[in-house]
Write a protein that binds this ligand. Structure first.
Ligand SMILES: Nc1ncnc2c1ncn2[C@@H]1O[C@H](COP(=O)(O)OP(=O)(O)OP(=O)(O)O)[C@@H](O)[C@H]1O
Ligand SMILES: [Mg+2]
Length: 278
């Protein structure tokens, strides 16, 4: 598939998206835009429609109305071939890993390459080993089975698989859920590295405040079928909307907010504008 879009174009554009399950309205004319090479977070209460939106963005589910454009391609009315081609341009890390238990980690990572390329086994193994290293896993982990991995290793291994086809766009569903603080911090760094070094656009669904404050360039808060607010965490924290303010209540939210403000003041005297508190 040609990659014709100019570099500054939005990677995802969603317009007037509506989704219903029976009488239950999940998205009501929702609009959203994700920019190239940003780390974008989707936040909102349980049932606000985040996972449904993700499924719609990766062609696993169709909305009832509205348009979704991903990597310059309209998702409506895609033919089979176009669908296959487009799917190779993004990687998805599902919440529970989604690795096949009967395959080793290396075989799991190589699977998309076996399915979508004609590379020979030796080359596939080499690429899989490289992806493993990219996510900070030791080469021996490649020989292990998913059941032998810790939670943090499992997240990294499924991230390595999501990266197998060198995607331009990465979707991460709760990448730090269930991890201890140290492993979660390592995932934070890894996400930032992928964006900084490889220019990936990354969309994250998360409830993790640390991840939000430390890596998200912008976040969108979903509630009542719409995006209630969108912007950096600092910008969101200043918005006078109860659906948004929920994220900034409580000791953790306030502490993070305070820390970010201090950091932002420091940044104005020469630091990187995207650097976040650690
Ligand atoms: N296939 C389905 N059939 C019927 N209702 C559904 C279906 N999928 C999702 N829903 C409903 O749509 C709403 C949004 O669900 P979704 O999974 O997108 O929420 P979420 O924001 O991801 O929540 P969580 O944070 O708990 O994961 C929920 O009320 C859910 O019950
Ligand atoms: Mg969900």
């Amino acid at each position: 598939m040609p990659r014709a879009e100019p570099p500054d174009q939005s990677v995802i554009e969603i317009s007037k998206l509506s989704t219903r399950f029976g009488d239950h309205v999940v998205h009501a004319e929702l609009d959203l835009e994700v920019h190239r090479a940003e780390i974008f977070a989707l936040i909102g209460g349980s049932g606000s429609g985040k996972s449904t939106l993700l499924r719609e963005m990766i062609l696993l589910q169709r909305p009832d109305a509205g348009t979704i454009r991903v990597l310059g391609v309209d998702l409506q009315d895609l033919g089979d071939e176009e669908t296959i081609a487009l799917r190779q341009r993004w990687g998805v890390m599902f919440q529970h890993g989604g690795l096949f238990g009967s395959l080793t980690v290396r075989q799991n990572i190589g699977l998309p390459l076996r399915e979508h390329t004609r590379l020979d086994d030796a080359l596939i193994d080499e690429i899989a080993a490289w992806k493993l290293a990219m996510t900070g896993l030791e080469p021996e982990v490649g020989m292990q089975y998913p059941s032998e991995l810790s939670g943090g290793m499992m997240k990294r291994a499924s991230l390595a698989r999501a990266l197998a086809l060198d995607p331009e766009l990465l979707f991460l569903d709760e990448p730090t859920a269930g991890l201890d603080p140290e492993s979660a911090g390592e995932v934070d760094q890894l996400v930032r590295k992928l964006r900084d070094q490889f220019g990936l656009t990354i969309v994250i669904i998360t409830h993790d405040l640390d991840l939000l404050w430390q890596v998200a360039d912008r976040a969108a808060v979903l509630a009542e079928g719409k995006v209630q607010g969108i912007g950096s965490m600092i910008e969101l924290s200043r918005m006078d909307n109860p659906a948004i303010q929920k994220y900034f209540d409580g000791p953790r939210g306030r502490a993070a907010q305070e820390q970010a403000r201090t950091e932002a003041q420091g940044d104005q005297s020469g630091g990187s504008p995207s650097s976040k508190p650690k």
